[in-house]
Design a protein around this ligand. Structure first.
Ligand code: FAD
Length: 469
């Protein structure tokens, strides 16, 4: 069987793997990129893009329903489920085409089709028996949905993010299992598109939030659009027309659904990589331990990137980890640490949830802002939610934030950038805040921090609140 040889072999042609290949090649390495499907990345095919397309349709339906608040009378929107799903797929396929084009543009011979597993820490075996020897290897194999046994028995009535976007029509009803960001985004979108939607979770955690007060506020907002059952054990039975679901625990009940959407987590796809052949140290879940600054596993020639390392399973991190891992794999055994950007994730519900930076510790103070009475949010009839900003208690330096409020996706960026630049509540308040905007709604939180940490106030700053701010 053929023997292939390179400096850096990358397993997985998703966002992380493509970035790793580019980065290693830019650093002068001879690269091989191995993938068993070359489908065009999780993001474009079954992740970020189709989910946002479905959410965009839901926003349109919601805006029509809200129009009456502004004195614009329109009848209840008629939702053509087939047309909604057709647009999701049509647009999704265009995004996929873009990714496939970048794969097609790889230099000749770089893309190798096949499923890889380790033979040793510097050797891979492909399913067809070919072997690849590399000086260093990047594992960028992504993650796949976990389907608990009770739902696996439901066959194609149990949807995941890998199948839901291929439904020809919107279902009449759906039980979303998993109150994490992925489940909640899709649940709210489906509910707004007229699908009878209920959310269930065995645990009590909501949207992955560690802050119980923000979690309860967000639950109260989202529950107005769909029932949410946390802390329940679920049983599911297949029927002729769908699934009979019964749940018990904090609440109990029984109900028939056309489908369930299983959103109970996406663990790294490592099971068939034969990691045992590498001698790497693994965590309790079987994921190799790697240094987040270099993405190197121990002092081995193996690097991790993207969802495969389970650390920050979001797209910009897959891309940045790919770049770091690829560069270090190319220079192995010399590796250079990179200072990682502040952690930042968004759940694209309405209101969106942005979680930035460090969680709260005893060294932090909290500034709070409510959007229930915020000027611009009221103008737009979106006045719900809150923002919490965490700051170092010694100097008011911003360290983290949770925003569950209108415009949270955009304000989250501003705060992520501010935290990354080492801004304090005072230095941020010295910057311009346009009126009337939702950004102004952050001021009370920043002022609260200044007050708690006794930050000196700039003599030229006016802390008066303009009308409707
Ligand atoms: C529904 C959904 C919505 C999302 N929305 C967002 C969002 O709005 N914003 C955001 O930032 N992130 C979002 N994400 C997360 C984001 O999509 C992922 O973080 C990102 O796509 C991960 O990229 P990756 O390169 O690690 O993995 P992937 O793109 O999954 O690539 C892994 C590749 O490895 C291949 N592979 C695996 N094992 C092997 C093997 N043994 N041999 C050969 N090839 C192999 C796979 O076939 C695949 O092609 C979403 C995810 C989902 C599921």
């Amino acid at each position: 069987m053929a023997e292939l040889n390179c400096d850096v072999a990358i397993i997985g042609a998703g966002t992380a793997g493509l970035a790793a290949e580019r980065s290693a090649r830019r650093a002068g390495a001879r690269t091989l990129l191995v993938d068993d499907g070359y489908n065009g990345t999780t993001c474009a095919t079954v992740g970020c893009m189709p989910s946002k397309l479905l959410i965009a349709a839901a926003h349109a339906a919601h805006a029509v329903r809200q129009a009456g608040l502004f004195g614009i009378e329109v009848p209840e929107p008629v939702i053509d489920g087939r047309a909604v799903m057709a647009r999701v797929r049509e647009m999704r396929d265009k995004f996929v085409d873009g990714t496939l084009e970048s794969i097609a543009n790889l230099p000749e011979g770089v893309a190798v089709a096949g499923r890889a597993r380790f033979a040793s820490s510097t050797e891979l075996t492909l399913a067809d028996g070919r072997r690849i020897t590399a000086k260093a290897i990047v594992v960028a194999t992504g993650a796949r949905p976990k389907i608990p046994e009770v739902f696996a028995a439901l066959g194609d009535r149990a949807l995941t993010n890998e199948t839901i976007f291929d439904l020809p029509d919107l279902p009449a009803s759906i039980a979303v299992i998993g109150a994490g960001p992925l489940g909640l985004e899709l649940a709210q979108a489906l509910a707004r598109l007229g699908v009878v939607t209920l959310v269930f979770d065995e645990g009590d955690k909501f949207a992955g939030l560690d802050d119980p007060e923000v979690a309860s506020e967000l639950i109260a907002i989202l529950e107005k659009e769909m029932p949410i059952h946390l802390g329940v054990k679920i049983e599911a039975d297949l029927t002729d027309e769908g699934v009979e679901l019964s749940w018990s625990g904090k609440t109990s009940g029984k109900r028939h659904f056309a489908y369930v959407l299983v959103a109970t987590g996406r663990p790294p796809q490592l099971a068939d990589l034969e990691l045992a052949a590498t001698g790497l140290e693994l965590d309790d879940h079987g994921t190799p331990l790697c240094d987040p600054a270099t993405l190197q596993c121990g002092d081995s020639a193996i690097f991790m990137a993207g969802d495969a390392d389970a650390r920050r399973p979001v797209l910009h991190e897959a891309s940045s980890e790919g770049a770091i891992a690829g560069r270090n794999a190319a220079s192995f055994p010399t590796v250079h640490p990179t200072e990682r950007a502040v952690a930042f994730s968004i759940m694209f519900t309405d209101p969106p949830l942005a979680v930035i930076g460090a969680g709260r510790t005893d060294d932090h103070v909290i500034g709070n802002a409510s959007y229930a009475d915020q000027g611009r949010a009221k103008v737009d009839a979106r006045n719900v939610g809150c923002a919490r900003i965490y700051a170092d208690k010694s100097d008011g330096r911003l360290v983290g934030a949770i925003i569950a409020a209108p415009g949270g996706d955009h304000m989250g960026h501003l705060l992520a950038w501010a935290i990354g630049r080492g801004e304090t509540a005072t230095t941020l308040l010295d910057l311009p805040f346009y009126h009337p905007t939702v950004e102004e709604g952050l001021k009370p939180a920043l002022l609260e921090i200044c007050k708690i940490v006794h930050a000196p106030m700039s003599p030229d700053r006016d802390d008066g609140i303009p009308p409707g701010a």
